[in-house]
Design a protein around this ligand. Structure first.
Ligand SMILES: Cc1ncc(COP(=O)(O)O)c(C=O)c1O
Length: 356
């Protein structure tokens, strides 16, 4: 018997980064934050452990109290915010709400490949925009190619996933203002950018934009699955709320997310640490003749002077260091920024790799 929908049979599943069970790995492959969550999150978990009756009831269907806290932080009306179970849920909701069967959605060819799976999961047509030259490699986002397609929906991470390239608000807004498409700007890594590139402050003037955000990266909460979807387009938002599961985010995540937002001074300190390490790692690897592309995210692409990306990835793995290998990005591998000790181990091993 055949129980599967045709669109599901055609679907190419997303390959997630490796998550080893043992904790003796230096894990630089899935862009997690090197810091543990802030003290306010720990205090909230302790509070929950002493008030277990809070778990007895369903969580707030509109994601409170996190929704209001997030809205206040960004000076948005709470109605423009939808709290999701990680930003992946936000991306999935958008496909389910906006794409008809066979309608096209486009994203940059070098980018977050989950978009493809999500588009296919609702029977949509996947389009990939060609890239343009970026620091001598064909990895740059081409806004014109995205806009000139016949797709209804555009997914664009800013900074771009895999490469870390950031696009300025000005450039993005110029394209989006002229566009008839719905632009989904995935700001999973935007907090790590040196310049402020978020479109959130401009949302009230852009009716064809949805911004997605995550607490997985800059707030160190990948394990709790917290994301947000933001738009000032009321019709869209109403439909997105209608499609989402009634209780899509659990109560522990809603309170821990709110607690994470409280410690902004500590948050900024950690962002600055990642930015400083990003510069240091680039400089140190360049001294070893690695090619390192500029990044505004908490990861970077690096290529060894002579060896392939695959050789570097496998050699590091044999030393219990995990980075991310993508065969279409040869000779580069993607390396997440870890804590100082982890980054130093990586540098030490990179040095050994090129001069065994
Ligand atoms: C560009 C991009 N968007 C979204 C996500 C998923 O974020 P979340 O953990 O909030 O689902 C990732 C995760 O790696 C990502 O790289």
């Amino acid at each position: 018997m055949d129980f599967l929908a045709n669109r599901v049979k055609r679907l190419k599943p997303y390959t997630a980064g490796e998550q080893p069970n043992e904790d003796d790995w230096v894990k630089l492959n899935t862009n997690e934050n090197p810091f543990e969550p802030v003290q306010a999150v720990k205090d909230t978990l302790i509070w929950f452990s002493k008030n277990l009756q809070l778990l007895r009831k369903y969580p707030h269907p509109m994601g409170e109290p996190l929704r209001s806290a997030f809205a206040t932080q960004w000076n948005l009306p709470p109605e423009d915010v939808l709290i999701t179970n990680g930003s992946d849920e936000a991306l999935s909701l958008i496909c389910r709400t906006c794409l008809n069967e066979a309608e096209a959605a486009i994203y940059p060819n070098i980018s977050y490949s989950l978009y493809s799976t999500l588009i296919q999961s609702v029977g949509g047509t996947v389009k990939k925009a060609p890239m343009r030259n970026y620091q001598n490699y064909p990895y740059g986002v081409d806004l014109e190619a995205l806009e000139n397609s016949n797709a209804k929906l555009v997914f664009l991470p800013n900074p771009n996933a895999i490469t870390g390239e950031a696009i300025s608000c000005k450039e993005l807004i110029q394209t989006i203002q002229k566009s008839k498409k719905l632009w989904v700007i995935d700001e999973a890594y935007a907090d790590f950018s040196t310049e402020s590139i978020s479109l959130i402050p401009y949302l009230s003037t852009l009716q064809n934009v949805i911004v997605t955000r995550t607490f997985s990266k800059s707030y160190s909460l990948a394990g709790l699955r917290i994301g947000a979807l933001l738009t000032s387009n009321k019709t869209l938002m109403q439909a997105l709320y209608a499609i989402k599961d009634s209780y899509n985010e659990d109560v522990v995540a809603l309170y821990c997310g709110m607690a994470a937002l409280e410690e902004q001074t500590e948050f900024q300190k950690r962002i600055q640490f990642v930015q400083k390490e990003r510069t240091r790692l680039k400089q140190e690897l360049q001294k070893l003749n690695f090619i390192v592309l500029d990044s505004e995210a908490n990861f970077y692409l690096a290529a060894a002077p002579k060896q392939s990306g695959k050789e570097f990835y496998e050699w590091l793995k044999a030393q219990k260091i995990l980075v991310r290998y993508f065969d279409h990005l040869e000779p580069f591998v993607r390396i997440s920024i870890g804590n100082e000790a982890e980054n130093n181990v990586l540098l030490k091993r990179a040095k050994e790799f090129i001069s065994p």
